[in-house]
Design a protein around this ligand. Structure first.
Ligand SMILES: [Zn+2]
Ligand SMILES: [Zn+2]
Length: 259
């Protein structure tokens, strides 16, 4: 049985374009899976060809990485804004004055690398998750016709999911509400606390009944040196998805005094 007809049908006619990911995913599903996994093999499960699977995964990573590049840049900028915002708050709290233009500029500079790393990690995590799902579906499907249907269904699932988890997060539109935003704010505060040579940090929770035992454990330990980890193993919030905690820092020396 040959699958030329499917191979030539590059786009699912029933699919509606919901994000920039779709063309990349569709191209990958038809081109790579069918050609690399099936046109080179007449029999057997794809798992008989681990080398092909690896090559396929590598290609997904590269192509989707490129497709998501603009989104990652937008995310980076949006994370940088959050880092700077919380950095400025921490500065004001610790130094007792609002940072002047020079200090703001130094904070902004310090946050560039931080935001880039956060954005790249988020993109890698999104790609890892995607690859794992594709991998599982390929291994679970031993017929080519079945695989085509599986991949189509997977693409639909990924696209509906990516709207929130990949695309919205990567473009920063829901950044203010996401755990990624919490990480950016924490990282921003922490970087400024280091710049200001803060003496210690303290885990602060909301004061309601929704606070979990993990976060309470971090709170009751009290003040810790900046480089220490809290009992949960985290140096800063969030301790888990949906964590609403933040850090309070204690007196530091402005970095322009010590530099
Ligand atoms: Zn918690
Ligand atoms: Zn928490």
């Amino acid at each position: 049985m040959r699958y030329t007809r499917h191979y030539e049908m590059r786009q699912d006619p029933g699919a509606t374009t919901t994000s920039a990911l779709e063309p990349a995913l569709l191209a990958l599903s038809w081109d790579t899976i069918l050609r690399d996994l099936y046109f080179t093999q007449d029999t057997g499960c794809p798992e008989d060809a681990p080398g092909l699977l690896e090559a396929f995964q590598q290609r997904v990573r590269t192509e989707l990485g490129e497709a998501l590049d603009d989104a990652a840049t937008a995310l980076e900028q949006s994370l940088q804004r959050l880092c700077v915002e919380s950095g400025v708050e921490t500065f004001t709290q610790l130094a007792g004055v609002v940072p002047d233009a020079t200090a703001r500029d130094r904070i902004r500079q310090a946050m560039k690398a931080v935001a880039r790393e956060l954005a790249r990690k988020a993109l890698d995590r999104a790609l890892d998750e995607l690859l794992e799902q594709i991998h599982q579906r390929i291994l679970a499907t031993c017929s080519a016709a079945g695989l085509i249907e599986e991949i189509r269904a997977l693409i639909r699932r990924l696209l509906s999911k990516s709207e929130l988890e990949v695309f919205d997060v990567l473009t920063g539109t829901v950044c203010a509400n996401s755990d990624l935003a919490a990480s950016a704010r924490s990282t921003g505060s922490d970087a400024v606390a280091y710049l200001l040579r803060a003496r210690s940090k303290e885990w602060v929770t909301e004061s309601d009944k929704r606070v979990c035992t993990i976060c309470l454990g971090n709170k009751v330990i009290g003040e810790l040196p900046l480089s220490s980890r809290f009992p949960s193993g985290h140096p800063t919030p969030p301790a888990h998805p949906g964590c609403r905690c933040w850090l309070r820092y204690h007196t530091g020396t402005p970095f322009w005094v010590t530099l």
